[in-house]
Design a protein around this ligand. Structure first.
Ligand code: UD1
Length: 355
């Protein structure tokens, strides 16, 4: 059987890695890897391929940045001839980025079967570009692999046939489980005993400069009692530069970290403050308190079962929750079902049975 994987942005890479490994172990399987080039910086892409031991992409579409229409359209234009020529039995798409919907739409029109890994997640906020990508990709996919049971419920409610949906667990946690033993060697020597680890890149948090300024001011205030380590996404770096924000020494603005470096930083963090989707899941698995700077989450199990607390844009609440953790009052959580390091293996078995 011939499987063609499509990835493009940083959060895709930890999801495709365990699938390439699980499928490679099976006889009679051929794999083709397409990188759309949505993320192209060395530290947003190449370093992840190396650390996660993902094979070199067979095709790099080198689409780069642009508006949503430009980026999605370019991926479609450049992907179509590749998939027509390759004639895969299945195309696997991952997560909720523009590369995901662009590839799924091309395949649906060509009647090439599509499997969506990390299906069914919903924030119910259509102002998020990722929510549009999730809803549409799930309507187009022939097989839908969900990381949590709420995903199955969302899909059934949207009329996806039951037999297409498979609750397999979380492939990103597969990668975490595999690589956690390797993180210790990557901790930077100058790391403080206690610190908050921060990431911010959602358009809703960083594109509006006055909103971004109030977030940075709140982080600076927290930094007076708890040092802040903030690896800055390229999108956010541009906005901070536009703002002309001069940060204090309590706010350490770092380059984007590699997978292993960032995992090591999460594991040792006193608290994580983020607007990422995947980091809500990783902190839940690691049992590290997570404060999410969003009103909604498409990953509700991290709140109901894990260590995640939704903060929205309430900077007073953010400061109060940080103080609570520093006093030792932290939310304890458990690990959601099937976040066990074997999700990709379950997916590979289901795909094999389709052959
Ligand atoms: C994308 C995903 C988002 C995911 C995030 C992880 C969509 C709609 N969004 O958002 O779901 O959480 O990736 O990072 O697909 N840039 C660089 N170098 C790069 C990549 C981006 O400098 O390697 C800059 C460019 O100026 C670009 C901006 O970052 O315009 C945003 O990149 P883009 O891929 O459009 O979206 P992300 O914000 O990264």
């Amino acid at each position: 059987m011939h499987f063609l994987h499509v990835v493009g942005a940083r959060p895709n890479f930890m999801k495709v890695a365990p699938l390439t490994h699980a499928l490679a172990a099976r006889p009679g399987v051929r794999q083709t890897l397409v990188h759309t080039g949505q993320h192209y910086d060395q530290n947003m892409s190449d370093v992840f391929f190396r650390e996660l031991e993902i094979p070199e992409p067979d095709f790099n579409l080198a689409v780069g940045s642009g508006t949503h229409a430009e980026q999605t359209g370019q991926i479609m234009l450049r992907f179509e001839p590749v998939v027509v020529e390759q004639k895969p039995d299945w195309v696997l798409v991952y997560g909720d980025v523009n590369s995901t919907i662009a590839a799924a739409l091309v395949c649906a029109k060509l009647q090439i079967p599509v499997a969506h890994v990390e299906a069914g997640l919903r924030s119910f906020d259509r102002r998020m570009p990722e929510e549009i990508n999730r809803v549409l990709t799930d309507q187009l996919a022939d097989l839908l692999f969900t990381p949590s049971a709420d995903g199955d419920q969302n899909l059934l409610r949207e009329g996806v046939p039951r037999e297409r949906i498979h609750f397999v667990g979380n492939v990103m946690i597969d990668t975490l489980v595999r690589l956690l033993p390797k993180t210790a060697a990557t901790l930077p020597p100058e790391l403080p005993e206690r610190y908050a680890l921060v990431t911010l890149h959602r358009p809703s948090n960083v594109d509006d400069l006055s909103g971004l300024k109030s977030l940075l001011d709140a982080l600076t205030a927290i930094g007076a009692t708890l040092p802040i380590i903030f690896p800055v996404h390229p999108r956010t770096r541009q906005k901070i530069a536009e703002l002309g924000f001069r940060h204090s020494s309590n706010l350490r603005l770092w380059e984007p970290q590699s997978y292993l470096q960032f995992l090591a930083l999460q594991q040792k963090a006193t608290i994580v403050i983020t607007d990422s989707g995947g980091i809500q899941e990783e902190t839940t698995f690691l049992g590290v308190p997570c404060l999410t700077l969003r009103d909604t989450t498409e990953r509700p199990v991290t709140v109901t079962e894990g260590t995640n607390i939704m903060i929205g844009r309430d900077m007073n609440l953010l400061c109060r929750e940080v103080e609570a953790v520093l006093r030792g009052e932290r939310k304890n959580g458990g690990i959601p079902p099937l976040w066990d390091g074997r999700a990709a293996e379950r997916i590979a078995q289901i795909l094999e049975a389709k052959g």
